[in-house]
Design a protein around this ligand. Structure first.
Ligand SMILES: [Zn+2]
Ligand SMILES: [Zn+2]
Length: 186
């Protein structure tokens, strides 16, 4: 068994911190783990978020608190250290990149030479709307429109060809919202 979506952002970039995850994975009898970081933690990706920060004061505040606190080289250094330490189980290291259609080329240029094991794209924003932060943010949007656009954007993500996979493809139902229309294809 594999756990392919593990974030390490609540601790420092040290071997000791990674060892916590390895020990837990061994305890759970996993065969391998996939560790990934959100791209917004790294200064290199901050320019992608101007639109969503301008759109929402809440997101602007959240972004100032959490984003751009590291550089990609910090992460790559940790990955090197762990790979060279002969870890007790197979670990893949990757990135979770927010998908914005207009930044496909930007993402490609910033990731093509990184020695990562995988890069997943994820939809956290639908036309600038951050749907996965707070339930009450949905009060002023049209649920059907957001659902339709979520899947439009997810398909754009897949077609971009710049990712190895898509993260949490059903996260739009996080707060229990459902569209009024059927999503089955005839
Ligand atoms: Zn994630
Ligand atoms: Zn995510």
């Amino acid at each position: 068994m594999i756990d392919a979506h593990i974030h390490i952002e609540r601790g420092p970039y040290t071997k000791e911190w990674i060892d916590h995850f390895v020990r837990q994975a061994l305890y759970m009898n996993l065969d391998e783990i996939w560790i990934l970081e959100h791209c917004y933690r790294f200064r290199e990706f901050v320019p992608m978020y101007d639109g969503v920060c301008n759109y929402s004061r809440y997101i602007d505040h959240w972004f100032r608190e959490t984003a751009g606190v590291l550089e990609l080289s910090d992460y790559l250094r940790l990955i090197d250290e762990i790979r060279n330490s002969n870890p007790a189980m197979k670990i893949n290291f990757g990135l979770e990149v927010c998908y914005f259609h207009q930044f496909e080329e930007f993402v490609y240029q910033h990731t093509k030479n990184l020695e990562l094991d995988f890069i997943v794209g994820s939809v956290h924003f639908v036309d600038n709307f951050a749907f996965d932060h707070k339930r009450e943010h949905w009060n002023t949007v049209d649920v059907d429109t957001i659902f339709r656009r979520y899947f439009d954007v997810s398909i754009e993500l897949a077609k971009s060809g710049i990712f190895d996979g898509i993260a949490h493809p059903d996260s739009i139902k996080l707060f229990g919202h459902r569209p009024s229309f059927s999503q089955e294809k005839a």
